[in-house]
Design a protein around this ligand. Structure first.
Ligand SMILES: Cc1cc2nc3c(=O)[nH]c(=O)nc-3n(C[C@H](O)[C@H](O)[C@H](O)COP(=O)(O)O)c2cc1C
Length: 164
């Protein structure tokens, strides 16, 4: 996979986190940077149009309200130059973050390979693989997706290296 032209599409939120208190960089972003360093992939960070609250409990409620309607700051339109797309997301309410869905749902994935990494605090991959398969038309979604516990993101580099 290392020699294929790759793009990481990821969502990640800093601020108050479930298991690690207030953080400057989200867990998924930490893992996404390992993938970038190991593959040379380009990165696209999905940003909510309206930032989530810094407070965890408020963020939880906001995320639920955004399911199915989560505007983002900047859209990706053309991924035609890439062979492999890494989709990386925290688990929010049992699947990908709502903004991640907004970013990927209208892209043309024909002929692309998708690989998935989630970060979570207990749900693992949850429904992400099946939900990505439903919305990413034309893609080959590999069944080797991995889930990293968010609180262990900083220790995940060797796991990511052998997975890649
Ligand atoms: C809105 C919200 C919903 C979440 N829902 C789940 C969940 O359903 N299952 C789970 O295991 N973790 C859940 N979590 C925990 C996150 O998936 C976990 O902390 C993740 O590593 C956060 O990644 P980030 O720091 O890159 O944003 C949730 C966190 C938030 C903020």
């Amino acid at each position: 996979m290392r020699d294929k032209k790759s793009l990481i599409i990821y969502f990640s939120r800093a601020d108050e986190n479930y298991a690690v208190g207030y953080i400057d960089k989200g867990n998924t972003e930490i893992v996404a940077e390992y993938v970038r360093d190991l593959t040379g992939a380009d990165m696209f960070k999905v940003e909510p149009l309206v930032p989530y609250s810094k407070d965890y409990q408020t963020c939880i409620k906001e995320a639920k309200e955004r399911i199915g309607n989560a505007p983002i700051k900047e859209n990706l339109y053309d991924i035609s130059q890439y062979e492999v797309i890494y989709i990386m997301t925290p688990i929010y309410w049992g699947t990908y973050a709502p903004e991640l869905e907004t970013a990927i749902k209208d892209l043309d994935f024909s002929g692309k390979i998708i690989r998935i990494i989630t970060t979570h605090e207990g749900s693992g991959l949850a429904n992400v693989v099946s939900d990505v398969k439903k919305i990413c038309n034309g893609a080959t979604v590999l069944d080797d997706a991995i889930a990293i516990k968010g609180s262990k993101a900083k220790e995940a580099e060797s796991i990511i290296e052998s997975w890649i």
